[in-house]
Design a protein around this ligand. Structure first.
Ligand code: TYD
Ligand code: MG
Length: 435
């Protein structure tokens, strides 16, 4: 058998016969690792030739409608994110930081759908322990503590259609005996995933692959994995806060903007059907520096509290610290407040925090951030029944944002009687009068 040695980038999967200090494709330093592999191209070529006689096209109308066959977990938040349930034969990558709750989430889903749990990360006893904690007795779950990709695929193929769902926890522990690299190396991850995808497609068994995320926020090593699978889910949240958000980065079978919201509790992940209440539960009313805003996550409006603290600075370069909001955006808002409202923030430190460990990306929170800073600076609380949203422009003008009606409705539903929105407020000066 012919062996081929190549250097594979652990970040992007770029494959080159020559070593470089910096990946020519993604620019990452020291990411190329030597991988020895058998030249498999010859083998696939022969089998492709064999198959030419058996392939034939099918009419679109004759193809079974997948919508009907979606498998629901009964977990409303999860099913919605998946676009209405798990599609047969689909392969989903569930990514997230270690310890965020990926194994917990999949165990809940497996307990309701039933199937095979392949664990390379934890022993069968550890999984049993977690199941007990979640109140799952596991009659419909089979355990397989295995890390060899061929062996896993062998078990899946043996079970044929008798299996509803397969979980592989995690792909970083799986390796193929075809390759020499260590488990977790990009070549191994890619090849093992290819084997799993082939098994899923050929017999219609859905597979969930769990993947850890590196510090850099990439789906560990192989970004390539994202392109291979049908759906990419991302579970995020602050480790020490309870809220968990399940996002879709890619979905061949549904909308990508959907999010599911969960709460990590003593006995597992609970669905949160009223997320605004969750994010506002710890709010202290009538304190300067606190402003409630309405953001939109996926198709749902969400109320969250923005907190700001403005204190005289001891430093030549006053500090601007934003937790859950973009640093550049914070600097911009501070500058706008200085220029348009003549607030002398140049000698003050400004700290801003988003409650519940959420990260806000949309500019719709601008007005609330600016008003929270203003409220702390003036030491005047905003009326607690007021919610605020709108983008702030460089001239201090309040700009329209998407989904205004939905945001206003949600705020009213949760008992906010006044909503400061772009519809009623022209600029920052006008909003500032409320303080
Ligand atoms: P886990 O699902 O193991 O995370 P991952 O697979 O993403 O690494 O979850 C780990 C954390 O969740 C751990 O710190 C304990 C916490 N946890 C709970 O708070 N409640 C629970 O019921 C369970 C099972 C875990
Ligand atoms: Mg885990």
């Amino acid at each position: 058998m012919k062996l081929r040695s190549s250097f594979v980038c652990q970040q992007c999967g770029y494959d080159t016969p020559q070593w470089y200090g910096k990946c020519p494709n993604c620019g990452e330093w020291n990411s190329l690792v030597e991988t020895v592999k058998e030249d498999a191209r010859l083998g696939t070529h022969v089998s492709a030739h064999d198959r030419t006689n058996s392939v034939k096209p099918q009419r679109l109308v004759d193809i079974r409608h997948i919508e009907k066959n979606r498998c629901k977990s009964g977990y409303g938040e999860f099913d919605r994110v998946m676009g209405g349930g798990v599609v047969p034969g689909s392969v989903t990558l569930l990514a997230g930081d270690p310890g965020i709750g990926k194994s917990t989430l999949v165990l809940h889903i497996l307990a309701s759908i039933g199937g095979l749990y392949v664990s390379g990360e934890e022993s069968a006893e550890q999984v049993k322990l977690r199941a007990k904690r979640l109140g799952i007795n596991g009659e419909n779950i089979e355990m397989l503590a295995e890390t060899n990709a061929e062996a896993i695929v062998g078990v899946i193929r043996e079970k044929q259609e008798k299996i509803n769902l397969v979980i592989v926890d995690s792909i970083q522990t799986v390796s193929s005996s075809d390759l020499d690299g260590m488990p977790g190396a990009v070549g191994q991850i890619r090849h093992s995933t290819e084997l799993l995808i082939a098994a899923a497609k050929s017999q219609g068994t859905p597979i969930f692959i769990i993947g850890h995320v590196t510090k850099e926020g990439m789906i560990a090593g192989p970004k390539v994995l994202e392109h291979m699978v049908d759906t990419v889910l991302y579970l995020e949240g602050e480790r020490f806060a309870n809220a968990r958000i399940l996002r879709t980065l890619k979905n061949r079978f549904g909308a990508v903007e959907e999010v599911g919201i969960f709460e990590m509790a003593e006995n597992g992940l609970k669905e949160v059907t009223n997320p605004s209440a969750l994010f506002l539960q710890d709010r202290v009313k009538n304190v300067p520096g606190s402003v409630v805003t309405v953001i939109v996550e996926g198709s749902r409006p969400l109320l969250v509290e923005i907190q700001a603290l403005v204190v005289p600075s001891q430093l030549a370069m006053p500090r601007r610290v934003g937790n859950g909001i973009d640093y550049g955006r914070l600097q911009l808002l501070v500058a706008i407040l200085q220029k348009r409202l003549s607030i002398p923030l140049g000698t003050f430190d400004v700290f801003v925090n988003v409650s519940g460990g959420l990260t806000i990306e949309e500019p719709a929170a601008d007005l609330a951030v600016a008003m929270a800073i203003l409220s702390s600076f003036k030491n005047k609380p905003l009326d607690p029944a007021t919610a605020v949203f709108g983008e702030v422009g460089l001239l201090g003008e309040v700009r329209r944002v998407a989904g205004e009606e939905r945001r206003i409705k949600e705020a009213k539903r949760l008992g906010f009687t006044t909503v400061v929105s772009p519809q009623a407020t022209r600029n920052l000066q006008q909003a500032g009068k409320l303080l």
